[in-house]
Design a protein around this ligand. Structure first.
Ligand SMILES: [Zn+2]
Length: 115
């Protein structure tokens, strides 16, 4: 199954390829714009992207930016690469969760989007 990638400011955020990309529609047809994470514009977008937070309600229930909640696709402990790990002190050293719908990584303590 292909996971949906996060969208930020109209750009698809691809952690694997380390780029933002979007389709721009012109009169003569669509073209793709690619912005690598390590370009100046990419760095700017990335720092804004990482300032976002998931919504945490008064009961501590999470709602991801994609709309996912724990009772739907859920959130899973993950390592720095976003791989799901067992929540043991040995395996789970990042204190991060991954949204199982969009793949965003979330800092458990702050609710901030890590990647
Ligand atoms: Zn999500």
């Amino acid at each position: 199954m292909v996971k949906e990638l996060p969208i930020f400011k109209g750009y698809t955020v691809d952690e694997r390829l380390k780029e933002f990309r979007r389709v721009i529609y012109h009169d003569e047809g669509p073209s793709m714009e690619f912005i690598p994470f390590d370009s100046p514009k990419g760095q700017e977008l990335l720092s804004e992207y990482r300032k976002q937070k998931i919504h945490v309600d008064e009961y501590g229930e999470w709602t991801c930016l994609c709309g996912n909640v724990a009772s739907e696709d859920g959130f899973f402990p993950c390592d720095a690469e976003g791989n799901v790990v067992e929540p043991t002190p040995q395996e789970w050293t990042t204190n991060q969760y991954r949204c199982d719908r969009c793949g965003r990584k979330i800092n458990q303590a702050t609710g901030e989007i890590v990647a």
